[in-house]
Design a binder for this molecule. Sequence first.
Ligand code: ADP
Length: 243
Amino acid sequence: RETRDAAVQAGKLAVLGQMAAGITHELNQPLTALTTLSDNANQLAERGRIDEVRSNLTHISRLAERMGRIVSHIKAFSRKGDAARAAVSVDEAIRQALMLVESRRRQVGVTVVAAPVPADLAVWANAVRLEQVLVNLIRNAIDATAEAPAAESAIVRVSVQPIEKWVRITVRDFGPGIPADVLPRLFEPFFTTKVDGQGLGLGLAISLAIIEDFGGRLTGHNAQDGNGGAQFIIELERVVKPH
Ligand code: ADP
């Protein structure tokens, strides 16, 4: 268990490392805006244009809040927290994961379509670890999409279905799909087809360990509806709240 926990942590830090450039960009943007807005505010104050100064300050405060949210989220994600299970909001986990992949998404030019999820739909999991799995799956889907030539296939779908005692979260892309010789090795540690050190081959191996630890299932295959692409399905036990 200790070895597995260490691997999960290492995998998480590896993901963060790969995303470092994107995260820096995510913080640099509001930072540049903050500089401009505060410089402007100074000039406006000199001219006595107080209403405009106020509007700049409101804007500044919102940007600082946004940066704070990004930083605290990265802190929470990178912390070596325990893996205790609790009721985790599926909607929240997906939204947080989307925030972490946002810069990569923009870079590839993919539209991520996440269908609305009822806020009270929860699964037995660990919030940070579930996010880690979602980040891995969504990043893989975005990477696969980057290989797809047609703009109309630049879509990744994240959908959620409650099925009796379970909740199924599907991450679907319209990329080239999974070649037959890759399928049996998907979840093998250090197996990657990504070149130039872009992949460590740990994402799916760690994701599987996490989901199995939650008592759930993680599977990956090619979509069967004739539209190509791959889909990865997480199934986790649903938390049923007493009424
Ligand atoms: P990495 O992303 O670092 O390569 P993973 O364990 O996440 O490691 O994935 C292993 C391999 O599985 C990838 O290199 C790729 O070949 C394949 N794979 C994963 N997700 C997809 C997908 N959505 N479409 C096609 N192939 C995929």
